[in-house]
Design a protein around this ligand. Structure first.
Ligand SMILES: *[C@@H]1O[C@H](CO)[C@@H](O)[C@H](O)[C@H]1NC(C)=O
Ligand SMILES: *[C@@H]1O[C@H](CO)[C@@H](O)[C@H](O)[C@H]1NC(C)=O
Ligand SMILES: *[C@@H]1O[C@H](CO)[C@@H](O)[C@H](O)[C@H]1NC(C)=O
Ligand SMILES: *[C@@H]1O[C@H](CO)[C@@H](O)[C@H](O)[C@H]1NC(C)=O
Ligand SMILES: *[C@@H]1O[C@H](CO)[C@@H](O)[C@H](O)[C@H]1NC(C)=O
Ligand SMILES: *[C@@H]1O[C@H](CO)[C@@H](O)[C@H](O)[C@H]1NC(C)=O
Ligand SMILES: *[C@@H]1O[C@H](CO)[C@@H](O)[C@H](O)[C@H]1NC(C)=O
Ligand SMILES: *[C@@H]1O[C@H](CO)[C@@H](O)[C@H](O)[C@H]1NC(C)=O
Ligand SMILES: *[C@@H]1O[C@H](CO)[C@@H](O)[C@H](O)[C@H]1NC(C)=O
Length: 617
């Protein structure tokens, strides 16, 4: 009752204010400095297609190839030992001319076999096998998401032995979901997995107290005891200490993935390898991925002493957290199937997978399932905006690797290295490939989006049942691309009225509580599209006008130190499809696009009842 009464009063207020000349509120519209505005968190222009035909991307990859060649030939500084290092890197795009399901989507790749790689393959290619360390977690989470289990189930539904009277970790409160996204608060590894009996004297030399053999866990200690069996693992974990309570904050845990695999094994009665084969490797035809050890003949083996967790190791129970090997081709296929949203039977599930689950202390670092999400704001100098990279890194002895997905542009990157014991090489190559190619991909997206710009005015169609009036009142929509994000609306006028100004006035009356509307209007694609029946490859694409707010002066109060630090919050995600005129949202714009001809046929502004407008230029 109260709500209705308030709503009525509110409307009366708006109406009376709007129609009382001169009474329009006129909040300060001067943007504060250093405000670049808020776009959407997704593609700012349609994701570019046919990247294989893009001149700018071709030029960028050629440049990168030349730079890598020079580094390998020691003409320029590589930043790492090129003789001891082998690597394979790729740019992946599902959006190429005629890419079939069978292809791995590699648009560009580069391989280097280090001179000192005496063992393993002599012909480095897309099928060469590397250890991928923790990228294994991506496969294990994918397996979990593809299994018929409820993520909200506590792990004790599958492994009841974990919960004992007096277990320090409250296992019955830990769900499969919390294990899959590092939110269980349990230790990183089994207490035995990073214990090396041979290091005891080193510890002692470093000042640690001497300990007896009995102090060590009774299984799984390298050099002292046999690998743990499942019963022993469960036993060990039932007495392990928590690191945090569940859902406190992310605590990286490989052990979580081992428990997920044990739980799935309990449910299905199948081994991790068999489940992986049935659910992922078989269906995606990944023939160079599996549990270490892989195939020596195809392997890229670094010039290091044979060591635990290196090439040829059996990771045993630790496999689901870090013991897989894979190849550039297979990881590219994985990336491609995530980017084109065909990795699951429905695209929603892929999009859900590519969402953060928690945060790190760094403002640019979020944690997903099991994604390590890096937020950047400086990748594209000519068009700065936030670009999120959904990545996962992995390390094994002599191997460091990284897979990165940039969903905004629909591209992925794979970096596999063998040789170094330290992470530097992979990071150097990852930085090289991402920072040099993303600007070119952005540039291609912008040039492909040129078709959406222009002066739209001539009515192509008129539907008198949907139009309130038969009059051919002039409408003008001018769309351009500048140094900002998306497309800018330079003009939106109908029958001589400036509609953007009008929206500003309506906003000031209806939604001042949200903030001051940015007088600069931009539009972004939503991804919603509908085919026009019987019209070849013609689609109707929904775009939305971004109702962005500009910062108010929050430090207006005198005499308080340190004010003005909380201004930069993006509100535009809160303002979509909010205000309606006769059932049509004030932000919806529909492009009619002929995909085959790469042409915009026209644009419809439903809230203005324009019908389809054509580009007059
Ligand atoms: C490629 O390198 C040339 C020469 O350094 C440079 O002029 C050009 O802008 C580069 N192209 C791209 C796409 O990076
Ligand atoms: C792509 O497919 C179309 C139709 O199947 C064919 O006409 C065209 O030649 C193909 N292009 C390439 C580059 O394979
Ligand atoms: C943990 O789970 C038990 C039941 O298994 C429940 O009684 C208890 O409230 C839970 N504790 C928390 C902190 O959620
Ligand atoms: C501890 O274990 C090691 C390795 O099995 C063995 O060589 C050594 O004798 C043991 N020490 C004692 C005091 O039992
Ligand atoms: C696990 O190992 C322990 C100790 O060697 C042994 O007693 C137990 O039977 C084993 N359990 C299984 C299931 O193999
Ligand atoms: C590179 O490999 C060679 C041969 O295995 C080895 O002698 C050398 O120490 C390595 N250099 C570095 C910097 O790792
Ligand atoms: C006109 O609009 C009506 C109602 O939306 C629709 O049923 C009809 O198909 C439209 N006609 C044309 C020619 O677009
Ligand atoms: C267009 O503007 C004129 C002049 O303001 C007005 O008389 C007319 O009704 C308007 N037409 C429509 C369709 O709104
Ligand atoms: C398009 O509209 C803009 C702004 O109204 C104008 O400056 C420009 O001349 C127009 N271009 C053409 C080709 O009509």
């Amino acid at each position: 009752m109260m709500t209705i009464k308030f709503a009525t009063m509110f409307i009366i207020l708006i109406v009376s204010v709007l129609f009382c000349p001169g009474s329009l509120a006129n909040p300060s519209r001067v943007p504060l400095p250093s405000w670049s505005g808020c776009s959407v968190n997704g593609p700012l222009l349609p994701r570019p297609t046919q990247l294989d035909r893009s001149k700018v991307i071709h030029e960028a990859t050629e440049n990168l190839t030349k730079t890598l060649d020079s580094a390998i030939e020691k003409k320029i500084k590589a930043g790492f030992n090129v003789d001891n290092t082998s690597f394979s890197i790729a740019l992946v795009s599902p959006r190429q001319t005629n890419t079939s399901d069978e292809e791995n989507g590699i648009l560009w790749s580069y391989h280097h076999l280090g001179k000192n790689n005496f063992q393993g393959t002599k012909h480095l290619n897309e099928e060469s096998q590397y250890l991928i360390g923790s990228i294994s977690k991506v496969f294990s989470d994918l397996l979990l998401l593809k299994s018929d289990v409820d993520l909200d189930d506590p792990i004790t539904n599958y492994l009841p032995g974990l919960q004992k009277e007096g277990s320090p970790i409250q296992w019955s409160n830990i769900t499969l979901s919390a294990l899959s996204n590092h939110l269980a608060g349990i230790p990183s590894n089994l207490p035995s997995s990073f214990e090396y009996y041979a290091l005891q004297s080193v510890y002692e030399q470093l000042g640690f107290p001497p300990i007896s053999n009995e102090s060590y866990p009774n299984c799984g200690v390298t050099g002292l005891s046999e690998a743990c069996n499942e019963t022993q693992i469960i036993e060990m974990m039932s007495s392990a200490l928590p690191v945090r309570d569940p859902y406190t904050e992310p605590v990286y845990s490989s052990l979580s993935f081992e428990l997920i695999a044990l739980a799935l094994g309990q449910k299905t009665g199948k081994s991790y390898d068999k489940m992986l084969e049935e659910k992922i490797l078989g269906p995606l035809r990944l023939t160079n991925t599996g549990s270490s050890p892989g195939n020596d003949e195809k392997a890229v083996i670094p010039p290091l002493e044979k060591d635990v967790l290196g090439w040829g190791s059996d990771y045993g129970f630790a496999t689901p957290g870090g013991g897989l090997y894979s190849s550039l081709g297979d990881l590219s296929t994985l990336a491609k199937r995530i980017l084109d949203e065909t990795i699951f039977s429905n695209p929603e599930k892929t999009r859900q997978w590519l969402k953060p689950q928690s945060m790190t202390s760094g403002i640019n670092g979020l944690v997903g399932r099991p994604w390590e999400i890096q937020r950047t704001d400086n990748l594209i100098p000519q068009n700065p905006h936030t670009v999120d990279i959904y990545a996962k890194g992995g390390g094994a002895n002599g191997y460091v690797s990284q897979i990165s997905l940039v969903d905004e542009y629909g591209v992925g990157f794979v970096v596999l290295t063998a040789g170094p014991r330290e992470s530097a090489v992979a990071w150097i190559l990852n930085e090289a490939v991402i920072t040099s190619l993303i600007p070119a991909i952005d540039s291609e997206a912008r040039s492909q989006a040129e078709i959406y710009t222009g002066n739209f005015s001539l009515a192509l169609s008129r539907n008198s049942t949907t139009s309130e009036s038969e009059d051919m009142e002039p409408v003008e929509l001018v769309l351009s691309m500048d140094e900002g994000t998306g497309l800018k609306i330079d003009t939106l006028a109908r029958n001589g009225s400036d509609i953007l100004k009008g929206i500003g006035k309506l906003w000031d009356e209806m939604l001042p509580m949200i903030g001051i509307l940015n007088p600069e209007f931009r539009i972004y694609p939503t991804g919603i599209e509908n085919p026009v029946e019987g019209d070849g490859n013609v689609v109707l694409e929904d775009w939305r006008i971004n109702f962005d707010t500009i910062p108010s002066d929050n430090s207006a109060m005198s005499d308080l130190p340190g004010q003005g630090k909380l201004s930069n919050v993006c509100a535009s995600w809160q303002t979509e499809a909010w205000i309606y005129y006769g059932g049509e949202a004030l932000d919806r714009i529909v492009f009619k696009v002929d995909r085959d001809a790469k042409k915009v046929i026209g644009v419809d502004i439903p809230f203005l009842r324009t019908g389809l407008l054509a580009d007059a230029t």
